[in-house]
Design a protein around this ligand. Structure first.
Ligand code: PMP
Length: 319
């Protein structure tokens, strides 16, 4: 726990997991000054505990903070706090392929106030939980045309709690209809693919890796960026641009939709089994035939568990 008051971040404290005190007038629960991050620590075959691209989570946290009028946190404080917490007990990072320690940094306005203005007091808290991958099987997704997750000029690019609150109802409805996830479309015409509930989305169309370009309404996923960098390293054609839902339908009908998957820290690489658009379910090829997503999934795991070279310096040891 690190408190922010009198215009400065205070000394970090490590406390047993448990309830915290809060004011009923706390800014976070009235005016939505709440954001978080999601990251993972892995244990390599040699028993070394490593983080995956933690500086990118730090940078994204601060970008979100700026958008919500919250104080930025210095890199040393973020990194030192994280490393001290994880190093407390090396045994709580599982040493099994596919398993990791999920780390949840969260920051919120803790000052009790009534007028609508940014808080002057904040809390930054990090807690952890051992985890496996989110989805055990390929996911069925539906293109969402009724609800909107985020709009241009809004704060969809921030990992703000409010983005998730608004996503719960559409996700719940999709679950009731038998889907694991929805694919959000743009807030204007619902014509363009945005992202999924907890993942960015990618498609392989006729040999090219295609994903929606970043904008103010899409979360800049760190897994997304890692996949794009590796694909470019391998000489694969990569396009980051706007993608019409109709383009996916056309590619499917022409037999050119070779792969579709979600990318995220919790979900890692989640194969998409089928995409339903206006009641028509488009079935993707069997997972065994997905050359790209299988290869990228294995390579990312190998880098994280220290089984493959790490050319981009993504893996940071916790000492
Ligand atoms: N989009 C949303 C809405 C998410 O919650 C996440 C998970 N953080 C992602 C995309 C993927 O981001 P990352 O790869 O950094 O986990």
């Amino acid at each position: 726990v690190i408190d922010y008051k009198n215009g400065a971040w205070q000394e970090p404290h490590i406390l047993p997991y448990g309830p915290i005190e809060m004011s009923p007038a706390m800014a976070a629960i009235h005016y939505g000054q709440a954001l978080f991050e999601g990251m993972k620590a892995y244990k390599t075959q040699e028993g070394e505990v490593v983080l995956f691209r933690p500086q990118d989570n730090w940078a994204r946290l601060n970008k979100s903070a700026v958008r919500l009028c919250m104080p930025e946190i210095p890199e040393e404080l973020f990194m030192e706090g994280l490393k001290k917490l994880i190093a407390l007990d090396a045994d709580w990072v599982p040493q099994r392929p596919g398993y990791s320690l999920y780390i949840r940094p969260v920051m919120f306005g803790s000052e009790g106030l009534l007028g609508v203005r940014p808080a002057t007091e904040y809390k930054f808290i990090v807690f952890c939980s051992p985890a496996s991958s989110y989805y055990a099987e390929p996911v069925r997704v539906k293109i969402e045309e009724q609800y909107t997750r985020a709009v241009e000029g809004g704060f969809g690019f921030a990992k703000a709690a409010g983005n998730y609150g608004g996503s719960l109802l559409p996700a719940q409805q999709a679950h009731a209809e038998g889907y694991h996830q929805i694919i959000w479309t743009d807030g204007r015409e619902h014509n363009y693919v945005e992202e999924s509930g907890t993942m960015n989305v990618m498609f392989v169309i006729d040999g090219t890796l295609v994903t929606p370009a970043l904008s103010t309404s899409i979360l800049a996923g760190i897994t997304r960026d890692s996949v794009l960098q590796l694909a470019r390293d391998w000489g694969m054609p990569v396009e980051e641009r706007r993608i019409k839902v109709q383009e996916i339908v056309d590619a499917y009908q022409a037999g050119k939709l070779q792969d579709a998957f979600g990318t995220g820290t919790a979900a890692t690489i989640a194969h998409i089994k089928s995409i339903t658009f206006r009641g028509e379910e488009m079935m993707l090829p069997p997972v065994a035939e997905r050359t790209f997503s299988n290869k990228i999934s294995a390579e990312l795991d190998n880098i994280r568990y220290g089984l493959a070279p790490d050319p981009h310096g993504w893996v940071v040891p916790v000492k």
